[in-house]
Design a binder for this molecule. Structure first.
Ligand SMILES: Cc1cc2nc3c(=O)[nH]c(=O)nc-3n(C[C@H](O)[C@H](O)[C@H](O)COP(=O)(O)O)c2cc1C
Length: 487
């Protein structure tokens, strides 16, 4: 088991060097909520978000934990057996008290699969999860939260399991600020998952410990603007706390678009209790994706991103933000979605269009794609296969969805010849990071380590705030507006 070292020891020459400069100097450890540092046993209010298919890798989570930073292992798109293996290794190497967690994605297609993941989390004593894509908290999520809930020595409930809920809509945030749904709690008691005593305590705590407010980000995005969303959510927390005081203790953090120190500083000025980054971590040594993808990301500028349909929610039109430069994925995925909306079946699509898709997008025939898809569903979800066989529009969606899995795999593998089809989730925070690090040794991603980036980002955010404070407070010219001094 890993011994967690003191805060930011050899991790950052940066931090030691910048202390005790001016009396006004802001320290990176002071950014955000002190309760965040205590609750998660971390040195900074900085989090690395999960990235699908283990791109947020075990190596990434371990390295962060050793620097006393919180990172979430990316379980999205992984089979239960693989999640179990990875989580078992993390639990063995890091132990339960180090800062690390696991991304827990709502499963739209098979909600029962969530129960399997919760079994794995509980079996290995995982103390913290990043819950994403939930619209309504499910029984599996509530079971995780309430297992181990106990009365503390001070008479307050103590939760063994922490939930950081990623949200971008107020109605969803409200459900996590509230206590768990009493109906779900009753069901869990009836099933023997939760005791009557735990059910009573559950009414006294919010479902989440932390709300991560996700503005426009790499990957799945609701395209919200942080400057508008964070203040609304802070007001929502205050409003909910008026009726349910525990909600006032839920920390509110910011994610989406944070790729440079100034952006992190802005989030803290807005009132964020912590910040969470995504895109920039995909372009580090520890990210489990191909070198070619990292080369492409390291060259990205702000205009190099676009949105495309999300493969896992293709039919309902959810969107992901992806890298546009150097790949045609976004244009091709958008075209497939247009074709899906305007055609009732694969047979309905004109032959020349289909030929182009087979040659340029799929790199194989539609028959071969359907064969592979049908075999996969026959083994994993025979019901869904039967539905698609009876409904040509569903079958069309299934064939097109194959492209999304294929294009993500090509990017992970880094096949140069297949680059035009690479699906790379990322947002302009990546470009901000590139601009920030230009001209420094870290312009080369091979020198970017996930913990160093986080520490540097927070440290320079603190410096930025110090500089702004000095500027704003040191001898301003007489104001033309009425102030306390010239009124
Ligand atoms: C490549 C990639 C994969 C991602 N996969 C997931 C995921 O599986 N689950 C999740 O909750 N968030 C996922 N995210 C979102 C990040 O955890 C984070 O919330 C987001 O990237 C923050 O915004 P930013 O990209 O602007 O920094 C992913 C982001 C990227 C860039």
């Amino acid at each position: 088991m890993m011994a967690v070292g003191p805060a930011l020891t050899n991790a950052s020459p940066h931090i030691g060097a910048r202390q005790a400069t001016t009396p006004m100097s802001i320290r990176p450890e002071a950014l955000g909520a002190p309760s965040f540092l205590r609750a998660h046993n971390v040195a900074l209010a900085y989090v690395v978000g999960g990235m699908v298919k283990g791109i947020a890798s075990r190596a990434m989570v371990e390295r962060l934990a050793r620097a006393r930073l919180l990172g979430f292992f990316g379980t999205g798109g992984m089979a239960a057996a693989q999640i179990a293996d990875e989580v078992a290794t993390l639990a063995r190497t890091l132990g339960q008290d180090a800062p690390w967690g696991v991304n827990f994605l709502h499963n739209f297609v098979m909600p029962e699969a969530e129960e399997q993941v919760v079994d794995i989390l509980l079996r290995h004593g995982v103390r913290c999860i990043e819950a994403s894509a939930f619209i309504v908290p499910t029984p599996a999520l509530v079971r995780y939260r309430l297992t181990g809930l106990a009365m503390g020595a001070d008479g307050h409930p103590v939760a063994r399991h922490r939930i950081m809920a990623k949200v971008s809509r107020p109605e969803v945030a409200r459900r996590f600020l509230a206590a768990a749904d009493p109906e779900i709690i009753r069901m869990l008691v009836a099933r023997g998952h939760v005791t009557e005593a735990q059910a009573a305590l559950a009414a006294r705590i919010s479902l989440a410990d932390d709300l991560c407010i996700e503005a426009d980000s790499g990957g799945h995005t609701d395209r919200q603007v942080a400057l508008a969303l964070v203040p609304s959510m802070l007001r929502l927390r205050a409003e909910v706390a008026g009726d349910f005081p525990p909600a006032g203790r839920v920390r509110v953090g910011a994610a989406g678009g944070i790729g440079a120190p100034e952006a992190a500083a802005a989030a803290f000025v807005l009132g964020a209790d912590f910040v969470l980054t995504g895109s920039l971590n995909q372009c580090t040594v520890e990210a489990a994706t191909s070198d070619l993808v990292k080369d492409m990301l390291a060259a990205a500028a702000p205009q190099d991103f676009d949105t495309a349909p999300a493969g896992d929610m293709f039919e309902i039109g959810a969107r992901v933000q992806v890298l546009k430069r150097g790949t045609l994925f976004a244009a091709r995925a958008n075209r497939l979605h247009e074709l899906y909306r305007s055609h009732a079946s694969i047979e309905d699509i004109p032959a020349p269009v289909l030929r182009e898709i087979e040659e340029r997008y799929f790199g194989r025939s539609v028959a071969a794609v359907w064969d592979e898809t049908a075999r996969h569903y026959a083994a994993s979800a025979p019901g869904a296969l039967a539905e698609a066989e009876a409904n040509p529009h569903k079958k069309l969606a299934m064939i097109f969805r194959w492209y999304f899995i294929h294009s993500a795999r090509l990017a992970l593998a880094g096949e140069v010849g297949a680059r035009s089809n690479f699906q790379i989730h990322a947002g302009p925070a990546m470009a901000a990071c590139n601009a920030w690090l230009a001209g420094t040794p870290l312009a080369d991603w091979r020198r970017r380590h996930v913990d160093d980036l986080g520490i540097r980002l927070m440290s320079e955010a603190a410096d930025h705030l110090t500089r702004q404070l000095v500027r704003w407070t040191a001898g301003p010219p007489p104001s033309i507006f009425p102030t306390e001094s010239n009124r």
